[in-house]
Design a protein around this ligand. Structure first.
Ligand code: PCA
Length: 194
C-alpha cells in the first residue's frame, strides 16, 4: 500500500475547534491505495512545517495532504499554489505576526501543488459537495506550511497539496459552513481521486 501523511491544525484565532483536524480524525485508516497517517499540528509559523517534514522524514509517505480552516469560504478548496510570503493579520498561536517576509529567503516566488488538485476538486464536486480549486492559500500559517513542504520535496517522489475547508455549523451563525461529515467525505473523495 502507498502511504499518505495527512495533517489538520489545532484551533486558532479564538476558535474552540478547527474543522480541519476534526475532519482528518474522522477519516478511515485506509482510502483507495493509501494507508493514512494522521497528525495534528500547531498554528505557528515555521513550527507547523517542521512538524510535518519531521514526521514525513520518519514515515516516508508517497503523498502529503495538509488540511486547514478557511473561515468564510463556502466550499472545500484544494489549493493550486503556495507563495513565498508571510503576512499575518492576526498573531499565530505563539504570538508571531510576520509582515511581508519570505517563507524561505531566496526561495522561488511561488510553487505549484504536486498532487492533481483539479482532478481532486472535480471528483468532490461531481459527488455534490461544493468544491473548487483555489489560487490563493493566503499568507498565514497554511500557505507557509505548504510552501515549505513543496520546497522541501521539490523534484522528489513525495507529492503534496493543501486543502482548505470551511467552518462547520457549530462555529458560526452568520458565515457559510458545511457539516463536519460532509467535509470528511469530501477529503475521502479527494484522496480516492489521486
Ligand atoms: N487555517 C489557517 C492556519 C491554520 C488553519 O487551520 C490558514 O488558513 O492559514
Amino acid at each position: 500500500m502507498k502511504k499518505l501523511l495527512i495533517t489538520g491544525f489545532e484551533p486558532f484565532g479564538g476558535e474552540k475547534i478547527n474543522p480541519s483536524w476534526e475532519a482528518v480524525k474522522l477519516l478511515p485508516d485506509k482510502i483507495g491505495d493509501f494507508e493514512l497517517n494522521k497528525i495534528e499540528i500547531p498554528v505557528v509559523f515555521g513550527k507547523a512545517a517542521k512538524t510535518v517534514i519531521k514526521k514525513a522524514e520518519e514515515i516516508k509517505p508517497d503523498a502529503i495532504i495538509c488540511v486547514g480552516q478557511a473561515g468564510g469560504r463556502t466550499g472545500v478548496t484544494p489549493e493550486m499554489v503556495a507563495i513565498n510570503l508571510r503576512f499575518a493579520s492576526i498573531t499565530d498561536n505563539e504570538g508571531n505576526q510576520p509582515k511581508d517576509v519570505p517563507c524561505v529567503p531566496d526561495g522561488e516566488n511561488a510553487l505549484f501543488s504536486t498532487l492533481p488538485v483539479r482532478k481532486m476538486a472535480e471528483a468532490v464536486s461531481a459527488k455534490g459537495t461544493p468544491c473548487s480549486v483555489s489560487y490563493s492559500a493566503g499568507t498565514y500559517v497554511c500557505n507557509d506550511l505548504i510552501y515549505h513542504v513543496l520546497h522541501h520535496y521539490k523534484g522528489m517522489e513525495t507529492k503534496s497539496c493543501f486543502i482548505h475547508v470551511p467552518f462547520i455549523p457549530e462555529q458560526t451563525n452568520d458565515k457559510p459552513s458545511l457539516p463536519l461529515e460532509t467535509i470528511a467525505k469530501a477529503l475521502e473523495i479527494a484522496i480516492e481521486a489521486i
